[in-house]
Ligand binder design. Structure first.
Ligand code: FAD
Ligand code: SF4
Length: 545
């Protein structure tokens, strides 16, 4: 156990600077607390983002190989996860789309009884999150939107077509203006030029990343962000339940040699390392005996938003699918299924390597055979999709999400090399995550027909029956007690004092839409319940942004 005698570095340490972490950092600083944020990714200014995803050192995150970009790929047995990294977390490379969760989310049995009405409970925090992230409705209809609308009409759900709600500044195109969102107190901003490259990183300053709002104001209030530092352990100082505070051990992210270990001591900790980061940290700390009392439910109810990501590529660039923002419209083929059209913009061609010819339903055994059958039957199509040049401009990506109740688990496995535990997935035996979504293949086939194009699934799905998600959630979810969840409805870790989880891992059910707004609203709600610092009896609460 760490010694309680030494002084604390911060009142609060926040681990991770994505949607949950950024909201925590700002609200805690506003309440008068000293806050340190530890983020393993690097700090990116607008001009630092890669111009193309071929600039792999700036785009992909594999720090052990010297790649310190914003896009992280993590392969498990049952799911391929894409997620973000950097100061601003997933907001740097996300696709700006900010919807509120579907109705079934608020009444899911995991947490329904823990509030009178979660919809009403979250509503004011959604309002705050939308204001902070500058959510507005996209205006525009490109060729992909027209196709999506026609598809919706053909299958009888035309009324569900809508432009997306997004966090982008649509001021004068390409022109810098003083902060339009926060009465001039925020950073200057540039109007969106509709280059479609939001997921490569917005080099124009039009995208409302967390650096432009929450983190901007947090740093203004004195929050220190320690970038390129990975938290590897959290253990109580003094009392075993953490009531005296915690020691947070960090290392240079991805370092094999010269790890430059550094510890921070704080009264309280908010874990916001994203679903994968928080699950790994809590599992390592439980396994190492640093936080042995974390609930055994850790790693249960991991959600993928019941997702599938497909793509359809046209032969040529006759129709420009890239002149827009990343996600422009969506439909509901059925009440549980949500489809969005997505572009990577010019310069996203390396992402084509993640896709291959689409296959139908199957198993881990039969899907490779189905895939081989597709290659043999369509050799020219197969060869054509191997040609990456111009892929991202010729391609409509179809993002399919469902609000259905399915899940998997992140379980610890023995590790032969390296440190800590290795996490692996297992399907939830009662409600396995789908490996094939018929509605997803149907829309892709329809688009392929209309575009004279080639329908593609994620490589891992077609070939190994492993779907892809950009929305990994859960694993440290809200529950009524340690036998049903890892945190209580105020986001406090069961069994510990002053230890919170405020990111995607807290989310108890599939929201069925892009989840970042929900993650932010949940973090806003958790932080609203924390009293202002009052060391000398004064209430330091400044009212806030
Ligand atoms: C390409 C792409 C497009 C997306 N588009 C959308 C979209 O349009 N709308 C939407 O709602 N969602 C989108 N998402 C998903 C969205 O990015 C995530 O849901 C969201 O960022 C999760 O927020 P979070 O607070 O849980 O964690 P994150 O935003 O993932 O932040 C966690 C941070 O913690 C850091 N971290 C992890 N482990 C450690 C550690 N041990 N020590 C220190 N730091 C650590 C990570 O580097 C990361 O920066 C997209 C994701 C991707 C990959
Ligand atoms: S379309 Fe281009 S300018 Fe607009 S937000 Fe996306 S990356 Fe920025």
């Amino acid at each position: 156990m760490a010694d309680a005698g030494e002084a604390l570095d911060y009142d609060w340490v926040v681990v991770g600077s994505g949607f949950g972490g950024a909201a925590c950092a700002l609200r805690l600083a506003e309440k008068g607390y000293s806050v340190g944020v530890v983020e393993c990714g690097r700090r990116y200014d607008d001009s630092d983002f890669a111009k193309s995803t071929w600039r792999i050192r700036r785009y992909y995150w594999m720090p052990k190989l010297g790649m310190r970009g914003i896009f992280r790929l993590t392969r498990f047995k049952d799911i391929l996860v894409v997620s973000g990294s950097g100061v601003g977390g997933g907001s740097l490379g996300y696709a700006n789309t900010l919807y509120r969760a579907r109705p079934s989310f608020y009444t899911h049995e995991q947490w329904d009884a823990l509030a009178e009405d979660w919809d009403r409970e979250l509503a004011p925090h959604y309002d705050t999150a939308e204001r902070m992230l500058g959510v507005t409705t996209y205006e525009g209809r490109g060729p992909a939107d027209e196709l999506l609308q026609r598809y919706a009409e053909e299958i009888g759900v035309g009324e569900t077509w809508t432009n997306t709600r997004v966090g982008v500044f649509f001021g004068p195109e390409g022109e810098e203006v003083p902060d339009p969102y926060f009465g001039g107190e925020g950073p200057p901003r540039t109007g969106c030029v509709r280059c479609g490259q939001c997921m490569i990183g917005c080099r124009y300053g039009a995208k409302n990343t967390l650096r432009k709002n929450y983190l901007w104001f947090a740093e203004k209030l004195g929050v220190t962000i320690h970038s390129e530092r990975q938290v590897i352990d959290i253990r109580p100082i003094g009392a075993e339940d953490g009531s005296d505070g915690y020691e947070i051990t960090t290392e240079r992210a991805g370092a094999v040699l010269r790890r430059k270990r550094q510890t921070f001591r704080a009264r309280s900790v908010a874990l916001a390392a994203g679903a994968l980061g928080t699950n790994k940290l809590l599992r390592d700390a439980k396994h190492a005996g640093s936080l042995p009392n974390v609930s055994d439910r850790l790693g249960h109810l991991v959600r993928t938003n019941s997702e599938s990501i497909l793509a359809v590529s046209a032969k040529d660039k006759t129709r420009d699918f890239a002149r827009s923002i990343a996600i422009t419209s969506s439909i509901y083929p059925d009440p549980d299924t949500h489809v969005e059209v997505v572009t990577y913009g010019k310069g996203g061609d390396s992402v084509s390597r993640l896709f291959t010819l689409m296959t139908g339903d199957g198993t881990k055994l039969t899907r490779p055979i189905l895939w081989l059958g597709q290659v043999i039957r369509h050799p020219l199509k197969f060869l054509r999709i191997l040609w990456p040049v111009g892929w991202s401009e010729r391609t409509v990506i179809l993002l399919v999400m469902q609000s259905l109740d399915n899940a998997m688990r992140l379980v610890p496995k023995r590790r032969f090399l390296g440190r800590g535990v290795r996490l692996q997935t297992e399907q939830d035996p009662e409600r396995p995550n789908p490996t094939f979504i018929p509605a997803a293949n149907k829309v892709a086939e329809w688009f392929a027909g209309q575009m004279d194009g080639i329908a593609q699934s994620a490589l891992t799905e077609s070939f190994a029956n492993t779907p892809t998600t950009a929305h990994i959630l859960g694993g440290a979810v809200i529950g009524s007690g340690p036998d049903t969840g890892v945190i209580d409805p105020e986001h406090r870790v069961f069994g510990y004092e002053n230890l919170y989880v405020c990111d995607g891992s807290a989310v108890p059910a599939n929201p069925g839409v892009n989840p970042s707004l929900t993650i932010t609203a949940l973090a806003e709600r958790a932080m609203a319940a924390i009293p202002a610092k009052a060391s000398d009896g004064t209430n330091h609460d400044s009212g806030g942004v």
